[in-house]
Design a protein around this ligand. Structure first.
Ligand SMILES: N[C@@H](CCC(=O)N[C@@H](CS)C(=O)NCC(=O)O)C(=O)O
Length: 217
């Protein structure tokens, strides 16, 4: 299996999930420059994913999966012993509910426009205005829980990855103490700490800017 990723992008979520699985996943990590649309060896990334987006997961049996929600679900289903997703129908629907919410309401509605330097100010303002209600919804959910679902799941991998971006936006997560506690708890998990440390090092190597924004966990 090959996971195509870009440092600290949403592709960190499947990396975390694969670290939870451990060595048996036998994953090869392939870094992508999403601006140049090239892999680190100079291959045209559009051959893997025509839209040039990460993550993409090239499967041993052939074919490529894209979309975080699908890739995360696939990893959880392929390695059930890692217990990365509930198995009962309602638990499974809650997993889909949260993966969809994170992918649409947080990733694309809130964070993408704020992080995209080409997004017009009016779009950024719209996203900034939408953030508090959505983050309060997350905070309410995790107030008395260790994880979004009853136990650790791929939802937490995706949520940690996306909320991590707040550090380089004007969104101050300190307004939601439950989220801060959750992020610290997630970062204490070996799979998260490893993925974050590795990708953070690659990211700052690439951008040559101060690492301080991502130091807070
Ligand atoms: N809906 C896709 C979104 C993927 C996505 O937006 N990936 C970003 C990184 S977080 C990307 O590849 N951006 C590069 C670009 O927009 O050119 C998913 O959930 O996987």
């Amino acid at each position: 299996m090959k996971l195509y990723f870009s440092p600290l992008a949403c592709s960190m979520a499947p990396r975390i999930a694969l670290y939870e699985v451990g060595d048996r996943a036998g994953v090869e990590l392939v870094r992508v420059d999403t601006k140049a649309l090239k892999t680190e060896s100079g291959d045209d990334y559009r051959v893997v994913h025509p839209l040039g987006l990460v993550p993409a997961l090239a499967l041993d049996e052939g074919g490529v999966l894209s979309e975080n929600a699908a890739i995360l679900q696939y990893i959880a289903d392929r390695y059930p012993e890692a217990e990365l997703a509930p198995k009962d129908p309602l638990g499974s629907s809650h997993l889909h509910q949260w993966l969809s919410f994170i992918g649409t309401e947080l990733h694309k509605v809130v964070f993408l426009p704020i992080l995209d330097k080409h997004a017009p100010d009016v779009v950024k303002a719209y996203s900034f205005e939408k953030a508090p209600e959505r983050l309060s919804w997350v905070a309410n959910r995790i107030r008395d829980r260790s994880f979004v679902l009853d136990r650790f799941s791929v939802v937490d991998a995706y949520l940690f990855t996306v909320l991590n971006w707040a550090a380089v936006t004007p969104i101050d997560l300190q307004r939601w103490p439950e989220i801060v506690v959750y992020m610290k708890r997630m970062h204490a998990r070996p799979s998260m700490a490893r993925a974050f440390a590795e990708e953070r090092a690659l990211y700052f190597d690439e951008t040559v800017c101060s690492p301080s924004p991502f130091l807070r966990w």
